[in-house]
Design a protein around this ligand. Structure first.
Ligand SMILES: Cc1cc2nc3c(=O)[nH]c(=O)nc-3n(C[C@H](O)[C@H](O)[C@H](O)COP(=O)(O)OP(=O)(O)OC[C@H]3O[C@@H](n4cnc5c(N)ncnc54)[C@H](O)[C@@H]3O)c2cc1C
Length: 265
């Protein structure tokens, strides 16, 4: 049953914001229609940094915590995660499943342990301005499908496949910081099909299809992967950040790809 929008619960006001706390997906969709400017709030780890991006939160927010069905998690050879499943929960659910290894490593290494308990998979997909996502390259290399209803991400489905995969991220020091360059990679040993996805290089994570195609045409070795990567750096548009020149990102990608290939070959 769809609850009429006028009856939807408003929790109250917080710093002048109207805070809505729907209980079902139907209620969320009704609220989104009634308050088109409203922000959806999942783990709030992107939203809490709005002032650093000189963005303001006005009007209404719609809290997704507690919405029935969005926190469901099913893992077998493939997997399905509701949008509100946190990185921590995904890390636990995917441990030891080789076909989902890239995702397991991505969600186990992103950010910090405390943040991984808050960050959701839906918020990670929707925060498209965040260049250093670990989650998106992993999902791209596993052919994940995003489940949506209008502007609401409902979850993610990863098809079952007999693949091996891994996630390599390069940081200045150790963990707990943004990656300088990330490669998520998968291989279907039976067909030789390869996926290579990049994060932290361009403004948005992407598949590197030129490299995927060339890698399938010869032996899969770290040395060859490095050469193939160098031959296709020209298609990338790396971003600069304080302390990380764009050229530096380009210079390390062949090494990061070679490490990933070394683990899968
Ligand atoms: C210090 C710090 C370091 C981090 N480092 C990393 C890292 O190394 N690797 C990494 O992968 N991530 C990292 N993150 C997380 C990343 O930057 C984003 O903050 C996070 O992915 C957002 O997820 P969230 O659940 O908190 O979303 P929120 O902040 O709640 O929302 C993010 C955006 O998505 C929208 N949204 C949320 N859920 C939905 C939905 N179901 N449907 C439609 N729209 C939705 C919101 O309206 C908002 O625009 C880091 C975060 C912090 C604070």
């Amino acid at each position: 049953m769809v609850v009429p929008a006028v009856m939807l619960p408003v929790v109250g006001s917080l710093h002048g914001l109207r805070v809505h706390r729907p209980a079902s997906v139907a209620e969320v969709l009704d609220l989104m229609e009634q308050y088109p400017e409203a922000q959806l709030v999942a783990g709030a780890t992107w939203i809490m940094r709005a002032p650093m991006r000189a963005e303001s939160l006005d009007g209404s927010v719609i809290l997704l915590a507690g919405v029935a069905g969005l926190d469901e998690c099913a893992v077998g050879d493939g997997a399905e995660f509701g949008a509100m499943v946190t990185l921590k929960r995904i890390a636990v659910a995917t441990a030891g499943i080789s076909s989902l290894q890239a995702l397991h490593e991505a969600v186990s290494r992103a950010a910090t342990p405390g943040l991984r308990r808050m960050i959701t998979i839906g918020g990670s997909i929707a925060a498209t301005e965040f260049h250093a996502s670990d989650v998106l390259p992993a999902l791209l290399c596993l052919d994940a499908e995003i489940l949506r209803d209008r502007g609401l991400i409902l979850g993610v489905r990863i098809p079952a496949a007999d693949r091996v995969s891994c996630h390599e991220r390069l940081t200045w020091r150790s963990g707990n910081e943004y990656s300088v360059a990330t490669v998520s990679m998968s291989l279907l040993p039976t067909s030789g099909e390869i996926r290579v996805a990049l994060g932290s290089v361009e403004q948005t994570p992407r598949r590197w299809t030129e490299v995927e195609q060339e890698l399938t045409q010869g032996p899969l070795t770290p040395q060859r992967a490095e050469e193939v990567a160098k031959a296709h750096l020209n298609v990338l548009r790396p971003i600069a950040a304080p302390g990380i020149p764009a050229d530096y990102r380009l210079s390390v990608i062949p090494t990061v790809l070679a490490r990933a290939v070394g683990r899968l070959a």
